[in-house]
Design a protein around this ligand. Sequence first.
Ligand code: B12
Ligand code: SF4
Length: 485
Amino acid sequence: MRITFIYPDFFQFPDGSFLPEGRIYLGIGYLSAVLKKAGHDVSLIHLVAPPGRDELIQAVKSQNPDLIGFSSTTHMFRHTARVASWTAELKIPSICGGVHPTIAPIEALQTRGIDMVCIGEGEEALLELCDAIEAGKDYSRIDNIWVKRGDSIIRNRVRPLIEDLDQIPFPDRQIFDRRLLCPDQIPRGTVMASRGCPFNCTYCSNHAQKSVYPNPERYVRFRSPENVIAEIEELIRSDPDIKFIRFDDDILTLDVRWLENLSNLYKKRISMPFICNSRVNFINEKTAELLADMGCLVVCMGIESGNEWLRSKVLNRHMSNRQIVRAFKLCKEYGMKTVSTNMVGLPYETTEMVLDTIKINAECRPDTIQVSTFIPYPGTELHSLCEREGLLVNERVDSIFEGRSPLKKVDNSWENRAARMHFHTLAYTFSHLYPKKPAALGKITVGAIEAALTNKKIPQSVRRKFFESFIKRNAGKHEPEWIKY
Ligand code: B12
Ligand code: SF4
């Protein structure tokens, strides 16, 4: 049988303009590999721009599928829903999988044009579904799949997590048309060596995803180093344009023993620069040395908030400011660049707390600072908190970089907005001003800027004038080149 995946892969801004992402997405790659191995026919409509209705319908008709497969994150869902409402008229069975239907299955199923959702990992469920459709069998009782039947929903159980990731075939990257990839994606070989994360940060969808499985204790799984290396070898052999590897794992350094084994094989058989994610409490002398020795170029780590109360009590991230600064410094000492990811617009966040995040970034001196506006994801603890506190508005925004907070009651004072809007300029300028030995001038300037944003005893007009002239003088001045990670 033939399945056509439809994958929206762009950001759209309120004025209608858009940014293509144009990436290979491993989720579809894995599913395609499993289906092709079983003899099914697979195609992909990779939407790197908002599609027109007629053109989309035409594209689907030309594929003549027996099943349409949407894949969606929460951000993408409004595009998925629009496209599904168009394809509904074709009367082809459809299923939606990915993070969003996993954590918000009812919302996904209430969408016109989505007949089924896949909860959690899709390799086994989708294969069973395709086999059943091909054999003309009833497909309403497949584990992980919820089926819309009139006004009711058939809720099948979720099967246990796949324990041995090595048994899954390598992802099918050929299904992605190279002409649709963004140029910066061509030299990048994206790989995932693991699945899952053991932490329960309240804003992250990991704990919500984990909770759907009957064996959540097995959520964190690593492939064998040999299996990972074999995939990378094949990838490099088949695509000479690959110039670096991007490990998309949540925390590549979680298991030191495993990393050591990977490192030994990587150095012998791959020896290609790479970029990875880690967590500050999993960067120490040992892991930093292993990464550097393997040829790691960039380590991306979340700071999220520089305020210890907000970080531990609201975000459930238990690490000290000292630990954070130490991890960034260690990476530098081992010759690796760093990227920090941060959030603003969090519940309870004051201007002082935004400044704490700016200041810790200035101390950590990451080569790239990424800051995004907090958006609550369904199924997460922070979403429930926002619900309880009456903060939710019924709005979905595409990108966390738009700067628009979808929360009510977020501090929208001039001071808070100024700190959020000029986060980069402030963090990079402060880091320039924070000398190795605290020199008085740097400290005084940082203190004056803090006062401009927080000291309500000084008239706002005076503070504002001072702040704006500071920003004017420093905007873009100390910003290093942005690392594409
Ligand atoms: C690569 C990546 C991206 C890619 C896009 C990939 C994608 N479509 O998910 C890019 C760089 C564009 C991206 C951007 C963003 N990302 Co991102 N990203 C990831 C990352 C690191 C890996 C995704 C992946 O390949 N997973 C591996 C595959 C095997 O797992 P999977 O995606 O869950 O797929 C399985 C199942 O879901 C299912 N399935 C998937 N599709 C389908 C379809 C069908 C028909 C079926 C039956 C089953 C099925 O089967 C798959 C195989 O088992 C994840 C974190 C993670 N560890 O997964 C975050 C993650 C997906 N990203 C996240 C976020 C927050 C973002 C951004 C908001 C950040 C930003 N920069 O603004 C944006 C939003 C972009 C957007 N438009 O959605 C969140 C999403 C939360 C949510 N509720 O949607 C995640 C989950 C991180 C997290 N833990 O919170 N991201
Ligand atoms: S450590 Fe990172 S990936 Fe893991 S739960 Fe926290 S935010 Fe999510």
